[in-house]
Design a protein around this ligand. Structure first.
Ligand code: MN
Length: 482
């Protein structure tokens, strides 16, 4: 029973891994850490309990430094025999790649000695374990603490506790680790901000600056680099500490067939000074996102032919809580003037609710209305609230607005999209360039600028700075004022 998932994932006529038998308990329970060169190198941390190995995948090498909190994603129980397994899981099989034993030894369950003793199973259920490891590399007390977030029950932190075995000053190689983690539940731990392993270089080398990226308007990569450098003071506050997906166009907007890809996971060759955060996806895969916290990172990614940055709606300090809600008005088969009418209606409803909002062009065909989300509740509550507001717009403008998800059922109505208000989704921030032939920029507007003659293409890479120079206040600043 306990090994059902383990069994289902594997073909035992192909993989050399042990078959799913319950094992006989050792006199002293054992732990093992296996270095696993799967599609992504990780360390499998396993503790013997109840005849199986309770298991966590740890993307970074476990450490004796209490300051280095390691993300540990709980995975399926493994058979006890797995503690002796090293070898190659063949290509095409689950977890394909080399496995070797990185550390092994016995352990003690520290919570079994407490006034209210807890077994390992009880500790896992409660989201808190403390074990004393007697390995060759890992020694002394370690805590495993489950992080908050309903959707991410599998995410834990593996932390070296302070004791005689702790090595607070890691060797140089270890100090290159970044720690970026959502907030754990208990005990309350100070979670460090994500930081880069080293300082960015004083100067960056940019390549192919003459390459034409927007052929219709003749904009080169050099011009895009200068745009992003100049817009950085406005843009960076909207990007800081948010896991980032970037939209890269290696050949620019060369026709409809332009090579184009969305990148979440950063490539291994990116320099160590790029700040990053490793997070589990819904299915337990780990993704290392860049955090665009400084101009050097911004420009490094632009030099990689990034045209648009798409940050999360939450920051790494509280990944389950968005700090804004976005209403994406997509005209579809309707006109831009129709979207203006819908935006005005939504604005009136928000004013009625005494909720501050700001407006911006999406940079493509629509409008974005953004509301700071200051409540303690997370994404589900934010999206539900946004849907309530959207439904009020639809009630007021039944022929003009819709929340219908299916494009072909929207008729000539403007789609009020609130579904991007979800963990792991991203939004277009103010002041980014969009990958459209006119090189438009998603531009914050005042509500008085929202008229039926509004022409979003007027706001583009070549006009934006003139506008900003005239502006006394930034309409998007309210989003940052908390
Ligand atoms: Mn593994």
């Amino acid at each position: 029973m306990a090994l059902e998932t383990y069994k289902q994932k594997r073909h035992f006529d192909t993989t050399p891994e042990p078959r799913p038998h319950l094992g006989k308990a050792h006199r002293r329970p054992i732990f093992v850490v296996q270095e696993h060169h799967a599609s992504r190198l990780h360390y499998d941390f396993r503790l013997e309990a109840d005849g199986v190995l309770k298991s966590w995948a740890v993307p970074k090498q476990p450490s004796l430094n209490p300051a280095l909190k390691r993300l540990a994603v709980q995975v399926e129980d493994h058979p006890l025999e797995y503690a002796n397994f090293s070898g190659e899981i063949p290509a095409g099989q689950y977890g394909a790649g080399l496995v070797h034993i990185w550390d092994k030894g016995t352990y003690e369950n520290m919570l079994a000695r407490k006034p209210h003793p807890q077994s390992i199973a009880e500790g896992i259920h409660a989201g808190h374990l403390e074990v004393q490891l007697h390995g060759r590399k890992l020694k002394g007390n370690f805590a495993l603490i489950r992080m908050t977030g309903r959707a991410h029950k599998a995410s834990w932190l593996l932390i070296k506790m302070q004791d005689a075995e702790a090595r607070p000053n890691p060797v140089a190689a270890e100090s290159t680790t970044t720690a970026a983690t959502p907030q754990p539940v208990r005990p309350r731990l100070a979670v460090p901000h994500a930081r880069a392993a080293s300082q960015p270089p004083a100067t960056l080398a940019f390549t192919h600056q003459d390459k034409v990226m927007f052929p219709e308007v003749g904009i080169t990569k050099g011009e895009i680099l200068r745009f992003y450098e100049r817009i950085a003071p406005r843009l960076l506050p909207h990007l800081r500490d948010r896991p980032m997906t970037v939209e890269r166009f290696p050949e620019g907007l060369t026709g409809t067939e332009a090579p184009h890809f969305w990148q979440k996971n950063i490539p291994a060759y990116y320099p160590a000074w790029i700040p990053r955060a490793t997070l589990p996806t819904e299915d337990g895969q780990l993704v290392t996102y860049a955090l665009v916290n400084d101009t050097a990172t911004l420009l490094y990614l632009v030099n990689q032919n990034t045209l648009t940055f798409h940050p999360w709606l939450s920051r790494i300090q509280h990944l389950d809580q968005p700090d804004f809600v976005i209403f994406d008005l997509d005209p579809g088969a309707a006109t831009f003037a129709d979207a203006v009418v819908v935006a005005k209606q939504l604005h009136a409803i928000l004013e009625d609710e005494k909720v501050a909002s700001y407006l911006k062009t999406s940079g493509k065909t629509g409008l974005h209305i953004v509301v700071p989300w200051r409540r303690a509740e997370g994404y589900d509550a934010a999206r539900d609230w946004a849907m309530d507001m959207a439904l009020r717009v639809v009630a007021a403008l039944p022929d003009g607005a819709t929340v219908e998800r299916h494009k072909d059922r929207r008729q000539q109505k403007v789609y009020v999209d609130v579904l991007q208000n979800a963990r792991g989704h991203h939004a277009v921030p103010p002041y980014v360039l969009r990958a459209v032939p006119q090189a438009t920029v998603s531009t914050p507007l005042t509500w008085t600028e929202l008229t039926s003659t509004l022409e979003p293409r007027r706001y583009n890479l070549r006009t934006i700075f003139r506008r900003l120079a005239r502006q006394k206040t930034d309409p998007a600043a309210s989003l940052l004022a908390f």
